[in-house]
Every structure is written in C-alpha cells, then in structure tokens.
Design a protein around this ligand. Structure first.
Ligand code: 6PG
Length: 256
C-alpha cells in the first residue's frame, strides 16, 4: 500500500490554492480519459476557501464544469438552506457560481424522509451513477476530506457503529459539532476512491495529524487511521500549524 503524500504550506490560503490546482488538474485529466469527473465534497469550514477559489479565475475557467459530477462525503440532517448544511455552504460559495448543470449535483437528500431512508436513497443514486454490480464499490475520481480533532472524517466518528460497515455505501449516523443526525459515505467507499485529498489547517489539528500520520496501527478510536486506499492515492495538504508536531521528512516539500 502506497504511503500518503504529505505537503506542508505556510497557511490556509496557499494550501487551498494547491488543492484548487489539484482539483482542476485531476478534472481535466479524468475528463480526457473517461468524459466525466466525479468528486465527493467534504463539509466543515476548512474547504470553504478552496470552494471560493474554484469559483474564481483562473480555476473557474480551466474546469470543464459540464462534465463534473458533484457528490458529498457526508451531510448533516438539516434543510438544504440551513446554516449547518454542507450542501448550502458548497452551493453558496461554489456550485451556484460556476456553469455546472444542476443535473450534475447529487446532494444527499436529508430533507426527504428519515436519515436511514436518505442513506438508502443516496446509496441507490451512487449505484445508478457508477452502474455498480451488487458487491461492487464506486470509484470516485476525487474525495475531499477534512479531519476532526477527534480523528473523524466525513461523518465517521470514533467508536461509531458506522465504522464497521462492510456492505453499505452510505449509512445514517449521528455526532460531531454540531451534534446532529447525519448521513455519510462508509469507509470502503473512501478506500476505493482513486484520489483522496485531505485538507487540515490550524494548531488545534496538530496532535491528531501526528497521531493519524505517524501513530501505530489504528482502531475505531481514530477513524482517519482506518483509511487504507485499495489502489488509489492519498495526499495530505497541511498548513504549518497543523503540521507542527510532525518530524520533517523527505515527503515534506522543502520549498514550501
Ligand atoms: C462535517 C464534515 C467533517 C469535517 C471535519 C473537519 O460535515 O462536519 O464533513 O468531517 O470535514 O469535522 O471540519 P473543519 O474543516 O471545520 O475543521
């Protein structure tokens, strides 16, 4: 299994610019190969700047938006215009500002029915989009992930039953800040992505970043440590504060 690539940037701005660069590059490459680019967005506050950059030039003009298909790694069970909605944030700062066809936006339907039915419905959406045979997993071209101080990613929280899911693509769960019912992609889906791109910034993330990237084999106490891509790549973009407890190593880009 390939080691994750770790890159350290002076601040959230430069980290977000690199993430935007990677997003555009992967979209262009993948669209050339297969005619479409599937991305699952993360929630939380860290990717906001990335989304703003993608909605502005030069990134906006370089992205073939009509062939981009947008999904979410997780959603809080609130209406789509609620301040805590992951869809709302991405829609306000990115999706409504780029020429992305509305049929290419696959939000998690948490406002239709209970969380369990929303998860089942999103699973069907993924099965249809990726034309999955039973027992197959989708291969997102890119999944963006943030890291919680407790080691969660998407809405996969420490010690949650959702961490043991080996059959479903999408499950209902609860937790996080704000503490809400949520719907999340499962670990096998994340592990089957072609590219995982983690963004973490701020000193409050430094201990958990060290734990995930240098700690021993992990248990369900630390969900991010349970991610082991099957054949895809995993890259971490960190600001200096989040990387401050990591030892410098050759995988750190010395020019940054
Ligand atoms: C959510 C997220 C969650 C987030 C992390 C990091 O919906 O809450 O998808 O996994 O990415 O909690 O959040 P910050 O970027 O706000 O630190």
């Amino acid at each position: 299994m390939a080691q994750p690539v770790i890159r350290v940037f002076p601040d959230l701005e430069s980290l977000s610019r690199e993430a935007a660069e990677q997003f555009v590059r992967l979209a262009q490459q993948q669209i050339q190969v297969s005619g479409r680019f599937s991305v699952a967005l993360s929630g939380g506050s860290t990717p906001r700047r990335l989304y703003e950059l993608l909605a502005s030039d030069p990134y906006r003009n370089r992205t073939p938006w009509d062939q981009v298909h947008v999904f979410w790694a997780d959603e809080r069970c609130v209406p789509p215009d609620h301040p805590d909605s992951n869809f709302r944030m991405a829609n306000e700062v990115l999706l409504s500002r780029v020429p992305l066809p509305s049929v290419n936006v696959f939000r998690i339907p948490v406002d239709r029915g209970d969380p369990v039915s929303a998860a089942a419905s999103y699973e069907q959406t993924l099965r249809a989009f990726f034309r999955l045979e039973p027992n197959n997993w989708p291969e997102f071209d890119l999944v963006l992930l943030g890291l919680g101080v407790d080691g969660h990613m998407a809405s996969l929280f420490p010690r949650s039953a959702a961490l043991g899911e080996t059959h479903h693509l999408v499950v209902a769960t609860r937790g996080g800040t704000p503490d809400l019912p949520r719907v999340t992609l499962t670990i096998p889906v994340l592990n089957h992505a072609t590219h995982l791109l983690w963004l973490a910034a701020g000193a409050e993330k430094s201990s958990v970043v060290r734990e995930v990237l240098t700690g021993p084999e992990h248990s369900d106490e630390l969900p991010a440590g349970m991610i082991h891509p099957v054949c895809g790549s995993s890259a971490w973009l960190l600001d200096r504060a989040a990387a401050s407890l990591l030892q410098r190593s050759p995988s750190h880009d010395p020019r940054r």
